[in-house]
Structure formats: C-alpha cells, structure tokens
Design a protein around this ligand. Sequence first.
Ligand SMILES: NC(=O)C1=CN([C@@H]2O[C@H](COP(=O)(O)OP(=O)(O)OC[C@H]3O[C@@H](n4cnc5c(N)ncnc54)[C@H](OP(=O)(O)O)[C@@H]3O)[C@@H](O)[C@H]2O)C=CC1
Ligand SMILES: CC(C)(CO)C(=O)C(=O)O
Length: 326
Amino acid sequence: MRICIVGAGAIGGVLGARLARAGADVSLVARGPHLEAMRTHGLTLIEGDARETLPVRAVETPADLGVQDYVFVTLKAQSVPAMVERMQPLLGPTTAVVWAVNGVPWWYFHRLPGPWEGHRLACLDPGDVQWTGLGPERMLGCVVYPAAEVIEPGVIRHIEGHRFTLGEPDGSKSERADRLSRALRDAGLKAPVRPDIRTEIWVKLWGNLSFNPLSALTGATLDVLCTDPGTRAVARSMMVEAQAIAETLGVRFPIDVDRRIRAGAAVGAHRTSMLQDLERGRPMEIDALVTAVQEMGRLVDVSTPTIDTVVSLVRLRARTAGCLAD
Ligand SMILES: NC(=O)C1=CN([C@@H]2O[C@H](COP(=O)(O)OP(=O)(O)OC[C@H]3O[C@@H](n4cnc5c(N)ncnc54)[C@H](OP(=O)(O)O)[C@@H]3O)[C@@H](O)[C@H]2O)C=CC1
Ligand SMILES: CC(C)(CO)C(=O)C(=O)O
C-alpha cells in the first residue's frame, strides 16, 4: 500500500513518522529547510519525553513518486489549490485522497442528499480548481484531533491526541476506508471509520471557527478564551449560529455547545494554529474555518451576526499583519 503525505509539516509529520516507524511504504512531500533537514538527518518526532529520528523518503516534487493508493493532504486549506496540478502524477483511477485539513472541506456538498447536493462553496474553491483537479469522488474525509507543531526544520513535537476519524462523504462502508484505518491503527493511531463524517467535521469546526479567530484577535490561549466571560460569550454565540446552519443541513450534534467549550478549555494554555500563523507572519486559514461557515449561512438563510463581525475583524487583522491568504 503506497501512501503519500502532501504538506508534511506538523500533522503530516506526525502521520509520516508514525507510519514510517510501523514499516509502511510512505513518502512525504515538503519544501524548504524542513525538507532539507528531513533528507539530511531524517524526521524527528518528539512525544512527551521520547525523541526518535526516523529515515523517511521526502521529496519536493510529487512527480518523483508516481501513483499512490492513498494521498493525505495535510496542507493548510489555502495552500491546496496551488498544489493541485503538481499532485496529478500521484493520482490514479483508484487513488483515495484523504482530506486531513481543518474547517469546511470544498467537497462538503458532494453526495449529501438534499437540495444542495453538489453545491460548490465559492470561498473555498474559486474556479473549481480542486473539484476538477482532485475530484470529489477521490475524497475520504478525515477529522484531525491531534495537536502538533514543527519546532525546527525536521523536528515535530506531537503535543497530544491520536485520533484521525475517517469517513466516506456518502456515508458508505468502504474497503478503502477500512484498509487505511487498519494501517493507521498499526501505526499506533486511532482511526475509527464513521458513517457520518460531517457530524464529526462540525464538532471539530465548532471550536476552530470560534476559538481560532478569537485567539488571533486577542493573543489569548484556549484556556483563557474559553473561561473569560467576554470571549466565552462571543465564542458561544458563534457556535450557536453555526449549529443552526449545520442543523438546517441535517446535522445532529451529539454534544452541546457548553460541553464543546469545556473541551476547548481542557486543552489548556495552547496557542491555536491561527494565532501561531499570525505570530509567524504566515497566511491564516480564515476561509475554511470561518468564511465558509458564513457562506453556508447565506446559502441556507440563517443569519450569522456574530460570525460576520468576527470575520471582518479577523480578516482586517490578517491584512494589517500581511497574513491574508491570496
Ligand atoms: N497543527 C495542529 O496542531 C493541527 C492542525 N490541524 C490542521 O491540519 C492541517 C495542516 O496543519 P499543520 O500540519 O499545522 O500545517 P503546517 O504548516 O505545519 O504543515 C503544512 C506543510 O505544508 C508545506 N507546504 C505548503 N505549501 C507547499 C508546497 N507548495 N509544496 C510543498 N510543501 C508545502 C508547508 O511548508 P512551509 O512551512 O514552507 O509553508 C508546511 O511544512 C491544517 O488544516 C490545520 O488547521 C488540525 C488539527 C491540529
Ligand atoms: C486547537 C486545536 C489544536 C484543536 O482545536 C486546533 O485545531 C488548532 O489549533 O487549529
């Protein structure tokens, strides 16, 4: 089974190191000093007090690798369109593309029974580049629960979490999802296959759509955002608006907003990935995490006053810091 990880930074690095350690046929696509470090010294994974360096196959050009059985996308959402053409040599007729990216996926409405089946979200896939170039039928949903960080080139700190929940967009039980789940389990990760991946996406997204922009606006860590009465109230209102959108689209949340906020607080003094991107002067993942939810609100006629306010504030924050993705 040939597995490729496109965008092997923090999350892709955890996956790559775990799969390589388990003896899987895995290749990593990366760039810059991080790629050079992995080529020269191997990929170092730090988990708690354990530090291990593994030899990995790491390349800059996907064409060097040929057709794969599974291609994990672990890029930030806004980096994917520019990679679509370069990914073509990895894709054969049966290749599954595992969408391990936070936020609303561009294929959200693919095979979603109901009036919006096949609808395209403009802010996520302008010009349908991903829809045409990757193809929604290749997509296997994946909700990423671990937290990780590239602390220096070639070195990943896996902070917590082991679950990569998988699911087919049409909710079917498939051999490709089961096979990948077994491979991830063999690598010591948790990879349950769920019949309703969109519910999982929304539960994770609840936190990202509110905590991430609020952290970028305030500089606060999760524990503070979730307990300060002011930011907690703003996050809660955004989550309630998002819940109304998701429920209109048929999602039934297995937990309530307050439990989700408590789970965020329990992560502790963590700087969200959006805050980290802002601090490092990197493009912020605003559209997949927040703007797409606003766009879905317009689609299903649910008003989103708090989300609208936060979108405009965080976009301006990103623009003034030079961190607005193109
Ligand atoms: N980190 C975390 O704790 C969590 C992240 N997520 C989600 O997972 C996804 C991945 O995030 P994360 O791993 O943190 O992101 P990272 O930025 O650490 O990893 C992405 C990697 O892709 C590389 N890259 C970007 N463009 C290209 C290109 N054209 N060619 C080759 N390499 C490229 C980046 O390189 P460069 O650095 O040079 O840009 C980077 O190394 C995101 O959607 C994120 O929201 C989900 C849960 C937790
Ligand atoms: C906070 C965390 C790790 C989990 O919600 C995350 O997804 C992010 O920082 O973007």
